[in-house]
Design a protein around this ligand. Structure first.
Ligand SMILES: Nc1ncnc2c1ncn2[C@@H]1O[C@H](COP(=O)(O)OP(=O)(O)O)[C@@H](O)[C@H]1O
Ligand SMILES: [Mg+2]
Length: 317
């Protein structure tokens, strides 16, 4: 028998909601209102299906049962897919706060990142996933209530690109396939037990999403690079108060967008690279200045596309 990693080893950064810190981080995400509201609703129903029954009683008397069944029978999985640095992890780590407030119950997040799996021993990803689902089932079991659950658990499987690789892909390593199977078994187990638990899976590679995983997803939310309005919002909020003029911000918005075949900046390119670079260029002896900020933006290269994204763009043309 393998040693099952303990709850603390597996999920060092467990988070409980409601909590004001994730609430603030959630509020800071720009242009994701649609994803936020869809995700909060889906997760809300998974951890608290009575909410939907209340709604049905209120608006449709007893007539909604057949409709409720199809909604409530969906497997408890939501996939967040899309570009690097587009807010998937940030949303996944903070949406529990919206769910907790909306459903008026305590939610716990179990965050598991598969990013570093590569260095692991053979079988490690499979073991991690099995253990993660085991802990999730145990925790959710304790929260199962007579009518309404006493709380809910969200298992976050982040950086799950290895799981997104299709099982059909010939080049897929045997070990990865075992990982996908462990993931699918876990989802099915949660679904069958009807526990107040849901799984969020984040991946950069939607196109390679395994068909068996895709089929189980109650919803797939996609994330893209920020559009003009979103870039404008992020940049003007931070640079406007420093005296960068509206037309200079506008030029920055243009300089950080798509140009011909080249992709524009990602959200994290803006918040974690460009804005800090602009500030640190001026620091410590000068103020931030619009013209210099524009020059810095023009010299900076946005994060290259994931291969998936290139293919998607080509297909869209
Ligand atoms: N929609 C957004 N609005 C504002 N900032 C964002 C947004 N998306 C991402 N960011 C910034 O980029 C950083 C990286 O986002 P993250 O969620 O880690 O991206 P990924 O999609 O790769 O998981 C976040 O910490 C945040 O500062
Ligand atoms: Mg991420």
């Amino acid at each position: 028998m393998h040693n099952i990693p303990s709850l603390d080893e597996l999920f060092e950064r467990r988070q409980s909601y409601p909590d004001f810190e994730p609430q603030e981080r959630l509020a800071r995400l720009v242009g994701l209102d649609d994803q936020k509201s869809r995700l909060a609703k889906i997760l809300g129903l998974m951890v608290n299906p009575q909410g939907l029954e209340k709604w049905a009683t209120r608006f449709h008397a007893g007539e909604a049962r057949p409709l409720l069944d199809v909604i409530l029978r969906r497997p408890p999985l939501v996939v967040l897919a899309g570009d690097v640095g587009s807010g998937k992890t940030e949303l996944a780590e903070t949406i529990g706060d919206a769910v907790a407030r909306q459903e008026d119950i305590e939610i716990t997040l179990f965050p598991l990142s598969l990013a570093t799996r590569g260095q692991g021993r053979v079988g490690e990803m499979t073991q991690l996933l099995s253990a993660a689902f085991e802990h999730t089932v145990q925790a959710a079991n304790k929260l199962k209530g007579e009518r309404k659950a006493k709380g809910g658990v969200i298992l976050l499987v982040d950086e799950a690109d290895a799981l997104a690789q299709s099982r059909e892909a010939a080049q897929m390593h045997h070990e990865d396939r075992a990982g996908v199977n462990a993931f699918i078994r876990g989802i099915d187990r949660l679904a069958n037990l009807r526990l107040p638990a849901a799984v969020i899976m984040c991946t950069n590679r939607l196109n390679a999403l395994d068909p068996a995983v895709r089929r189980r997803a109650a919803d797939i939310l996609t994330f893209t690079r920020p559009n003009k309005e979103q870039r404008q919002h992020i940049l003007s909020l931070r640079l406007g108060p420093l005296g960068v003029t509206a037309s200079q911000v506008q030029m920055l918005v243009e300089a950080t967008g798509t140009a011909g075949d080249a992709l524009g900046f990602t959200f994290s390119d803006l918040t974690q690279r460009l804005l800090p670079a602009i500030a640190l260029d001026a620091y410590p002896n000068k103020p931030v200045e619009g013209a210099r900020a524009l020059q810095i933006a023009k010299e900076m290269k946005p994060t290259p596309a994931f291969r998936d994204e290139v293919l998607a763009e080509k297909a869209a043309r």
